[in-house]
Design a protein around this ligand. Structure first.
Ligand SMILES: [Zn+2]
Length: 354
């Protein structure tokens, strides 16, 4: 179907994910509403879309993706597009006031000022401060609120926004996206299948070139039952060593970024507070990465043992074995979350009779 209202702005097309939204949001560009809520699970592309949509709004050509305005929005440098992250619910009343202050300003040369607020589900006690501002912004201001769920505190604000749903991304779309950005087709396909509809997760799977080793290690942990205590410990040690490697690689990258930031402090471009924040972010991220790497390993084990993937022998027995593995994995995850040592939790998981 093609009507005059159908618009496919290149800057939205090039996002390459959630392509079904291109014409939906493209149609909004002609007369945008004052507030949008981009709602979807982590990795569903809503943050990328918030920036792409902001570019299309301020672009004099309706979202060409080429002009100075588009490029500067995509690079995070445009004066009329203000992005507020709210990591871990860290937005203070002062931050909220600052956001409102920006929102009250006229755009500096483009048609709109766009205020993007990320991780809005953690809005907490600043919700009342923001409500009135979001309800009645100046006519040239557009809010794009990004959240993974609508929490109680933000329900009223959410009701004032045009809601745009971001479903988990289709595996085929993720695969195409990854290949278009240079991933090997086989790795892209595997990452797309394992990522549960999260583009961010798929990219993380591909990062550092660990994917094939990850698949082979956890896959054989699922298949090969250790015949002795020695074999069990070797297998557990191999998995933990692999997780160490993945985390160490990320840590190396993070520390290089921090060193660069510190240099900019010396030149006066960055505050010391920003460094502290970046250090805390990295520590949090590494902890999260470790946990998520184990969860991923467990998902690979379950996939490896899934009767649909094996296609051999007694199907009933295969389903029973899979469901027992699922229970053991559940126990291992609870143990890790409770702070039981990795050696103990994995030893119990791999050591039990399948
Ligand atoms: Zn443009």
């Amino acid at each position: 179907m093609s009507t005059e209202g159908d618009r496919r702005p290149p800057v939205l097309v090039r996002l390459g994910i959630q392509t079904g939204l291109v014409s939906v949001l493209g149609a909004h560009l002609l007369s945008p509403r004052h507030a949008y809520l981009f709602l979807g699970p982590p990795g569903s592309g809503k943050e990328e879309w918030a920036i792409g949509f902001a570019a299309a709004l301020v672009c004099p050509n309706g979202g060409c993706g080429e002009c100075g305005d588009c490029r500067s929005v995509l690079a995070g440098m445009h004066p009329d597009v203000n992005v507020f992250a709210n990591r871990d619910g860290s937005m203070s009343v002062d931050d909220a006031r600052r956001a409102i202050k920006y929102a009250s300003l006229s755009p500096s040369g483009t048609r709109y000022r766009v205020v993007v607020m990320e991780e809005f589900e953690n809005i907490g006690r600043v919700a009342p401060v923001l409500l009135k501002a979001i309800e009645e912004p100046p006519p040239s201001t557009i809010y794009v609120i990004v959240a993974s769920v609508v929490g109680n505190e933000m329900a009223t604000i959410a009701s004032r926004c045009v809601k745009v749903d971001f479903p988990p991304v289709d595996a085929a779309e993720i695969e195409t996206y990854l290949v278009s950005r240079g991933a090997e087709p086989e790795e892209a396909s595997t990452a797309a299948q394992l990522c549960g509809g999260s583009l961010a997760k798929a990219q993380e799977l591909l990062a550092g070139g660990f994917l094939l080793r990850r698949l082979s290690l956890w896959g054989s942990a699922a298949r090969d039952h250790p015949q002795s205590g020695f074999e069990l410990m070797r297998s557990v040690g191999g998995l933990i060593g692999f997780v160490d490697d993945v985390v160490a690689e990320r840590k190396r990258k993070g520390e290089a970024d921090l060193a660069e930031l510190r240099e900019r402090v010396a030149k006066g471009g960055v505050t010391r507070g920003a460094i502290k924040e970046a250090e805390a972010d990295l520590t949090r991220e590494l902890k999260w990465l470790r946990r998520s790497e184990f969860e991923l390993g467990f998902a690979i084990m379950l996939r490896e043992m899934h009767p649909g993937m094996r296609g051999e022998g007694d199907l009933g027995a295969a389903y029973q074995a899979h469901s027992r593995l699922q229970q053991r994995v559940g126990v291992a995850m609870r143990r890790l979350a409770a702070g039981v040592s990795e050696v103990t939790a994995l030893g119990a998981l791999l050591g039990e009779q399948p």
